[in-house]
Ligand binder design. Structure first.
Ligand SMILES: N[C@@H](CCC(=O)N[C@@H](CS)C(=O)NCC(=O)O)C(=O)O
Length: 292
């Protein structure tokens, strides 16, 4: 691996498999499946293939919120995709998401299955399907979608930029950490200013914009991402803190965070969700107690 300071790019880039870093074993310069593997299908209309990263949590929060509102058509099976093991490169997964990233959704409620990938597209799809959490009035809808798409465009700088170079890169590169810390703090300030005058991002109503932004920037504000709370002085963003706490206290959000979660307290990990009762009976602590 070349050091950051003395590296001169070659004329033509070539794949160095031993480039190091936390995700070196799954990163590739090509797309497409690496192996044949069908995806499982459960009994519910919606089949989710995911993992409880911030992008995955957006969708499980939305599904739990829809169920809490009484939309029984939002019942879902949540299957675990272990991205560290390369499950996203199986042929079945690639057929649902050619981009090989969680979350991916199959809607099997109609005559033909409908695939949806990209977390923002999944949130919009579900909001439109159930008529919930996306305002119909033109200006409120525009505000909601603006914040939703703001998240989709901004979070890669937070995750792939700041988080990667601060927490995961094999060497600490001051230039990269400075550049992305500045951008992460700028983004937190964008949110803080918006939330100074508005309860939620789209205005007075809780919407899919909040569901998209909260797992990333709420998580950052609460110190759940990259162990970077002190480094970024997240306590200074008072309006983001208020909003993050309000959303984090919602029961559906607390359930959504547990689904497909494979780290943290055993009582917070529900590896797969196939029934509402799984939250009471199938968390890792309950399974261990039942087995032991
Ligand atoms: N823009 C995509 C990003 C999805 C994404 O980056 N997913 C990550 C986990 S948070 C993933 O599946 N990574 C596996 C890989 O890159 O191979 C979305 O919002 O759905």
């Amino acid at each position: 691996m070349s050091g950051a300071v003395d590296y001169t790019p070659p004329k033509v880039w070539a794949w160095n498999r031993a480039s190091g870093g936390r995700f070196a074993n799954i990163n590739r310069p090509v797309a497409g499946p690496t192996h044949d593997k069908d995806l499982p299908i459960g009994r519910h209309p919606l089949q989710l293939y995911s993992l409880a990263t911030p992008n995955g949590v957006k969708v499980t929060v939305m599904l739990e919120e829809l169920l809490a509102l009484g939309h029984i058509g939002a019942e879902y099976d949540a299957w675990l995709i272990r991205i560290g093991d390369g499950d996203q490169f199986g042929s079945g997964f690639v057929a649902v998401n050619p981009n090989s990233k969680i979350p991916a959704l199959m809607d099997r409620s109609g005559p033909m299955p409908i695939r949806v990938f990209e977390s923002g597209a999944i949130l919009m799809y579900l909001a439109e399907k159930f008529g919930a959490f996306l305002p119909t009035e033109l200006s409120a809808r525009a505000e909601c979608l603006s914040w939703l798409f703001w998240q989709m465009g901004s979070a890669p700088y937070l995750g792939g930029g700041f988080g990667h170079f601060y927490a995961y890169a094999p060497t600490k590169i001051e230039y990269a950490i400075d550049r992305f810390a500045m951008e992460a703090k700028r983004q937190l300030d964008v949110l803080d200013r918006r939330l100074a005058d508005n309860e939620y991002l789209a205005g007075s109503d809780y919407t899919i914009a909040d569901m998209a932004v909260w797992p990333w920037y709420g998580g950052l504000a609460k110190g759940w991402l990259y162990e970077a709370a002190e480094f970024l002085s997240v306590q200074d963003y008072k309006n983001v803190q208020r909003w993050a706490d309000a959303i984090g206290n919602r029961p559906a959000v607390q359930r959504g965070r547990m689904v497909n979660r494979i780290y943290g307290e055993p009582s917070s990990q529900l590896h797969e969700r196939h029934d509402a009762s799984d939250f009471e009976t199938k968390t890792q602590d309950r399974l261990a107690a039942a087995g032991g």
